[in-house]
Every structure is written in structure tokens, then in C-alpha cells.
Design a protein around this ligand. Structure first.
Ligand SMILES: NC(=O)c1ccc[n+]([C@@H]2O[C@H](COP(=O)([O-])OP(=O)(O)OC[C@H]3O[C@@H](n4cnc5c(N)ncnc54)[C@H](OP(=O)(O)O)[C@@H]3O)[C@@H](O)[C@H]2O)c1
Length: 217
């Protein structure tokens, strides 16, 4: 079986934004967007949401995508701005990501940055800090994934680089049509831009989210 590079559960507004501009992202407002949690509320409402504290939750289509996030994933690649709000050279190694002592990845995670720092492990997630072109980073992640797929975790800047290098195999993007930001980092002006390279199926969910599924032509 080929080892796929998969985007899973990436969330964008109806006008294609996945976060505010890098300078708007901060400790207080990680996404740099007003009411950013509205983009994710469909996932938080599902029974399988990993951070769920109370019983219950939906078990329909949205829950299927929540479960698919981790299926057959052996490593993740993410951009440094997803890893945290700090920019430039690391002043120290105190920042260890947003996710506390039990990050929800449970695999090696390759954080792309021009500013190296030593790897570290929290529970069953090890974070490595890597530079290089997307193909080189993907080769490292594939090796670490030991035959499983690699998830491309975002943000937009990182996903765009891998799309430009034509390395993405499948992509699940949840679009919230009623939300419009007008500025920030934009995945696309229209998903139709990717149709020359990808098949696209759009599946509406009862939560109002439109699940966009892309796979290579
Ligand atoms: N909508 C969603 O579902 C979703 C999902 C995940 C994250 N997010 C949000 O997205 C935002 C982050 O996205 P973003 O587009 O601003 O940034 P990003 O893709 O997370 O990170 C960009 C940074 O990664 C590093 N980088 C990227 N390519 C590199 C390369 N080839 N070599 C070396 N370093 C490289 C650079 O950091 P250096 O400056 O260190 O070199 C660059 O500034 C955050 O607000 C996060 O919360 C949204």
C-alpha cells in the first residue's frame, strides 16, 4: 500500500480562510480570527472528539470525520505557526505546543521551521523541528510513519507549499459557508482551483458544514 499524505479535518470559512494573518495570531487568540471556534464547532459536537469531557455527542457524518483523523496515521507534518504563537529564533525551549502533557497526535510530529531546536517527547508524541523543501520533510515523516500514512496538519502556508509541490494525495476540508472573514491566510478563492489535479466530492452535513473530499486524478 502506498503511504498517503493526507490533510484531515482542515477547517476554512466560506471565503477560504483557515486563520488570521501570522501577526494576528497570539497566545490569547491562537487562530488570529474573531470567533474562530465557530469553524470547529462541528467537530467539538461529535461523540469521538478527543477533548470531549462529557458523555454524548453526535454519531453521524461529522463523527465519521472526527474518527478518520487518526486512522492509519503514523506521523504528522505541521507548520511552526500551528505549533505556537512565538515567531523568529527560539529564546528558550519552554514553549511545548498548545496541547498540554498529552498531545492528541500520538505519533512523531515534524514541525517545519527555519529555527531549529532539539526534539522533545510529551507522552507518546515526539516533536522534531525540521527545515528543507517539502519533499525532504515528507521523506523524513514517511520513514518515521513506518508504513502508515502521514497527516499534513496545516496551517494554510504549509498546506499550500505541499500542494504547490504536488505532494498531497487526499484532502478533507470542512467549509463553513456562513462564515466569511475577508482577510487572513487563505487556502483558496474557490475549491474549483484544485479540480485540474484532484477529484472533488462535496458532502453536506446536518451541522451546516460542507465536507470537501479531494483525491488525486
Ligand atoms: N483551520 C484549521 O483547520 C487549522 C488547522 C491547523 C492550524 N490552524 C491555524 O493556522 C495558523 C497557522 O497557519 P499559517 O499558515 O500562519 O502557518 P503554518 O503553516 O502553521 O506555519 C508557517 C511557518 O512554518 C515554517 N515553514 C513553513 N515551510 C517551511 C519550510 N519549507 N522550511 C522551513 N520552515 C518552514 C515557517 O516558520 P519559521 O518562521 O519558524 O521559519 C513559516 O513561517 C494558526 O493560527 C493555527 O492555529 C488552522
Amino acid at each position: 500500500m502506498a503511504q498517503l499524505l493526507r490533510v484531515q479535518n482542515f477547517n476554512v470559512s466560506g471565503d477560504g480562510y483557515g486563520a488570521g494573518a501570522a501577526e494576528e495570531q497570539s497566545l490569547e487568540n491562537p487562530f488570529g480570527l474573531p470567533n474562530a471556534s465557530d469553524l470547529f464547532s462541528w467537530a467539538g459536537a461529535t461523540a469521538s472528539w478527543p477533548m470531549r469531557t462529557d458523555p454524548g455527542g453526535s454519531r453521524g457524518l461529522d463523527d465519521y470525520f472526527t474518527r478518520d483523523f487518526a486512522r492509519n496515521i503514523g506521523a504528522e507534518i505541521m507548520g511552526r505557526n500551528k505549533f505556537g504563537p512565538l515567531r523568529g529564533p527560539w529564546e528558550n525551549e519552554e514553549w511545548r505546543g498548545w496541547w498540554g502533557k498529552e498531545p492528541p497526535f500520538h505519533t512523531p510530529v515534524f514541525v517545519m521551521t527555519h529555527h531549529k531546536r532539539p526534539s522533545f517527547t510529551l507522552s507518546d508524541t515526539t516533536f522534531h523541528f525540521v527545515g528543507g523543501d517539502p519533499a525532504e520533510v515528507l521523506a523524513q515523516a514517511r520513514e518515521a510513519a513506518r508504513g502508515k500514512d502521514v497527516r499534513l496538519g496545516g496551517g494554510v502556508t504549509t498546506i499550500r507549499q505541499f500542494l504547490d509541490a504536488d505532494l498531497v494525495d487526499t484532502m478533507h476540508v470542512a467549509v463553513s459557508p456562513q462564515i466569511r472573514y475577508g482577510s487572513g491566510v487563505r487556502l483558496w478563492e474557490s475549491p474549483d482551483e484544485l479540480r485540474d489535479r484532484f477529484h472533488l466530492e462535496v458532502v453536506p452535513s446536518s451541522s451546516g458544514v460542507m465536507h470537501h473530499l479531494f483525491w488525486r486524478r
